[in-house]
Design a protein. Structure first.
Length: 144
């Protein structure tokens, strides 16, 4: 049964895996116990973001890299609908990009940015501000 637990800090997430703190938004969903954790005083949308991962039974690391992008964008769209956030997506996009290219997968940078584009622009209709953030991400990556 799905539970939500509010914790004081991301250090209280019940995992030793540093990649789990991937969103930099203070939420963590534990598959085994079907429990979403989030840090107190974080915006309300963070809880909905984790709730969507829980509802859809998203895996932490799906076999196909692009599915991890789909899961994150899906959770963000849900929380946006339910609680109006995140209003900007840049931090989350950076963490998705990092997961794709060096943390969880070894996707080449160009392929990673294309996967994000595909999910955001071809498969979903995302808010205009998020599109701006996608272009900002692309600009930054070209300088890295
Ligand atoms: Zn997420």
């Amino acid at each position: 049964m799905f539970n939500i637990v509010v914790v004081d800090s991301w250090r209280d997430f019940p995992t030793d895996d540093p990649t789990i703190k991937h969103h930099a938004v203070s939420g963590y969903y534990d598959e085994e116990t079907d429990t979403a954790y989030y840090v107190k005083d974080t915006p309300r949308w963070v809880g909905f973001h984790e709730e969507k991962h829980a509802i859809e039974k998203h895996k932490d690391r799906p076999r196909n890299a692009i599915d991890s992008v789909r899961n994150e964008i899906e959770a963000c769209l849900y929380s946006y609908e339910m609680a109006g956030g995140p209003r900007r997506l840049l931090r989350i996009l950076i963490s998705i990009y990092n997961d794709l290219t060096f943390r969880d997968y070894n996707v080449p940078p160009k392929r990673a940015i294309e996967m994000i584009r595909q999910v955001m622009f071809d498969e979903n209709d995302v808010p205009e501000k998020w599109k701006e953030d996608y272009f900002e991400l692309r600009k930054r990556i070209s300088k890295w």
